[in-house]
Design a protein around this ligand. Structure first.
Ligand code: PHB
Length: 391
C-alpha cells in the first residue's frame, strides 16, 4: 500500500519535471546558426544546415514539447569579429536559446567566450581544432578533431612501408593540430619527418612547396587542407608537378577527399588513402536513409559530406537533450543532458565524452574508388572509440 502510494508520488513528480510549462511550450526553441554561407567557404554553412534540415525531416520539429526554429547568420568566411557580433546579436536581439554551426575554427574560438558569459549551449558542427571545447563549459562538439582523424593515418603509414614523410598543412588551428599529431605518432613509431611546411589559410600557391617536397624525395606527403578550392588546386599541383608519377604517395585526413568536392577533384584522387569519421559511402541503414533523405530535402546539387553529417548529429543531440530536459534550454541543465549522450549516427556509433564534451567515434581508413561512375571514399579498416588525443 505504502509502496503503491510512493510509486504514485514518484510518477507524479516525474510528470511535473517533464511537463512543459504552457508559456514555454508556445515559444519555439531558437537555434542561432553561425556559419559560412558566402565566399570561398560557403559550402560549409550550407552543408551544416542541409544536415540539420535532414534530421528535422526525418524526426519532426517538436522535441520535449517545443518546436525548434533555425535562425541562420553568415560569417562570410574566416571572420572572428563578424562571428562574434553575429552571436551577440543572436543572443540579445533574436533571443536565441542555443548557438550552433561553426564551420571554421577562428569563428568558433571568437564565439566561445560569449557562450561562457551568456551561459548559452554552443553546438559545434565542424570546427575541429582540439582546444575549442575547453574555451566554454557550454560547448559540445558533434563533428571531429584533427588529432582524432590524424592519428589513424599515421599508424596506417607506419604499417604500410612509409618511412620518410613530409607534412604540409594549412597554417591555422586544425592544420597545426594535424601536423603536431602526425609528427608525434609517426616519429613515435620510428618514422622520419623530413620537414614540415604550413601554407596560408587564404589563397595559397602550392607550386613552390610542391617543388621543394618533390626534390626531397619523401615516401609520402601528409596533408591537411580545408576542403574547397584549395584542395582542388593542391591535387592538380600534385599531378602537374609530377609528384604522383615519381612515386611520392599522398596521405591525408579525409578533409582532402571531402565528399562534397571529390567529383570536382576528378580521377586524380583515385587510390588516395585517407582516415576520417564520415564517408557518404558508409555502409549502414542509418547512412542510406540519411543520404536519401538529404537529397529529398536539399536536392542533388550537393552530396552530403562530414559537415552535413555533423549538422544532422548536432540537431539529433539538441533534440534528444530537449526530450530529456522537457524543453528547457538552461545551459547547465542542457549540458547535463548532453554529457555522455550516445547516438547512432549515419557515420556509426558516437558518444559525447562527459569529461571533455568532445565526440568519441570510429575513424575509418578509406580509399578513393569509382562506384557506378562516381568517386567515393570506400572504407576498408577502422579504429573504434577514438577519443581526441589532442587533449
Ligand atoms: C576548421 O576550421 O576547424 C576546419 C575547417 C575545415 C575542415 C576541418 C576543420 O575540414
Amino acid at each position: 500500500m505504502l509502496n503503491t502510494l510512493f510509486k504514485g508520488i514518484a510518477a507524479a513528480a516525474v510528470g511535473l519535471v517533464l511537463a512543459v510549462p504552457p508559456a514555454l511550450a508556445q515559444q519555439a526553441v531558437k537555434i542561432g546558426v553561425v556559419a559560412e554561407f558566402s565566399g570561398p567557404f560557403a559550402d560549409y554553412g550550407t552543408q551544416i544546415v542541409n544536415g540539420m534540415k535532414t534530421y528535422l525531416k526525418l524526426h519532426g520539429e517538436t522535441f520535449g514539447g517545443r518546436k525548434v526554429e533555425i535562425v541562420q547568420r553568415d560569417t562570410t568566411g574566416p571572420a572572428p569579429e563578424v562571428a562574434k557580433r553575429l552571436a551577440q546579436e543572436l543572443i540579445t536581439r533574436d533571443k536565441v536559446d542555443i548557438l550552433a554551426g561553426f564551420g571554421l575554427t577562428p569563428n568558433a574560438l571568437a564565439v566561445a567566450p560569449i557562450s561562457a558569459e551568456a551561459k548559452k549551449a554552443m553546438v559545434i558542427m565542424n570546427a575541429a581544432t582540439s582546444v575549442i571545447t575547453t574555451r566554454s563549459p557550454y560547448i559540445v562538439r558533434l563533428s571531429h578533431t584533427l588529432p582524432q582523424d590524424t592519428q589513424p593515418i599515421a599508424q596506417w603509414a607506419l604499417k604500410n612501408g612509409i618511412k620518410r614523410a613530409y607534412t604540409l598543412v594549412s597554417d591555422y588551428g586544425p592544420g597545426v593540430d594535424s601536423e603536431v599529431q602526425f609528427v608525434k605518432t609517426f616519429k613515435g613509431g620510428g618514422g622520419e619527418i623530413i620537414d614540415s611546411v604550413r601554407t596560408p589559410l587564404q589563397n595559397p600557391d602550392f607550386a613552390p612547396y610542391l617543388q621543394r617536397i618533390k626534390d626531397s624525395k619523401p615516401d609520402a606527403i601528409f596533408v591537411f587542407l580545408p576542403p574547397g578550392s584549395q584542395t582542388i588546386a593542391f591535387i592538380k599541383g600534385y599531378e602537374e608537378r609530377g609528384l604522383k608519377q615519381s612515386g611520392v604517395k599522398l596521405i591525408a585526413t579525409g578533409d582532402l577527399t571531402d565528399d562534397g568536392v571529390l567529383e570536382a577533384m576528378g580521377d586524380g584522387t583515385l587510390g588516395l588513402i585517407t582516415s576520417f569519421h564520415y564517408s557518404a559511402a558508409h555502409d549502414s541503414p542509418e547512412n542510406k536513409l540519411f543520404v536519401k533523405t538529404y537529397a529529398e530535402v536539399n536536392g542533388t546539387k550537393y552530396r552530403p559530406n562530414f559537415m552535413a553529417c555533423a549538422g544532422y548529429d548536432g540537431m539529433a543531440a539538441i533534440a534528444e537533450a530537449l526530450k530529456k530536459t522537457g524543453g528547457a534550454t538552461d545551459a547547465d541543465k542542457f549540458l547535463a543532458a548532453l554529457k555522455g549522450m550516445k547516438l547512432v549516427s549515419p557515420r556509426g556509433p558516437i558518444m559525447i565524452d562527459p569529461e571533455t564534451r568532445d565526440i568519441v567515434q570510429t575513424v575509418y581508413i578509406r580509399e578513393v574508388k569509382k562506384v557506378n561512375g562516381q568517386l567515393y571514399n570506400i572504407e576498408f579498416d577502422k579504429f573504434e572509440n577514438v577519443k581526441d588525443p589532442g587533449k
